[in-house]
Each structure stands twice: as C-alpha cells, then as structure tokens.
Design a protein around this ligand. Structure first.
Ligand SMILES: [Cu+2]
Length: 68
C-alpha cells in the first residue's frame, strides 16, 4: 500500500469533499481517502499494482477540480 497527497485549491465545503470521496472510492485500487478542508489536501491510500497516482489525479481533475 502506498499513499499520495494532492492539493485541491477549490476544496471549500463538505459537499466537495463528499463528492471527491465518493468518486474516488469507486476506483479500483483506492483503499482509503482522507480529506482536509483546512489544508485543502486529499490523502489517498492506494495499491500501486492496481492504480497509479497520475490516474487518480486525472480522475479528480475530470470531476472539475484543479489538482496539484
Ligand atoms: Cu464545496
């Protein structure tokens, strides 16, 4: 298991974090998601054999969030 952190500057309310969490949960290989509104960070545990950080990042971007 590995962990990756992304910064999502437009993360502004619990509706955003809920949407991101629900969506990422559906990705195969993503095992745990923690979001922090204060730091606008999302912390994702994933299985590197099943998914790559770039794919997760792309998925967040496709939801409509700028992600770094
Ligand atoms: Cu929001």
């Amino acid at each position: 298991m590995e962990t990756v952190n992304f910064n999502i500057p437009s993360l502004s309310c619990s509706a955003c974090t809920d949407k991101i969490t629900e969506d990422l949960k559906s990705l195969k290989g993503v095992t745990n998601i923690n979001t922090d509104l204060k730091s606008q960070m999302v912390n994702i545990d994933y299985n590197p054999d099943e998914i790559k950080p770039q794919e997760i990042k792309k998925h967040i971007y496709q939801m409509g969030f700028e992600v770094f």
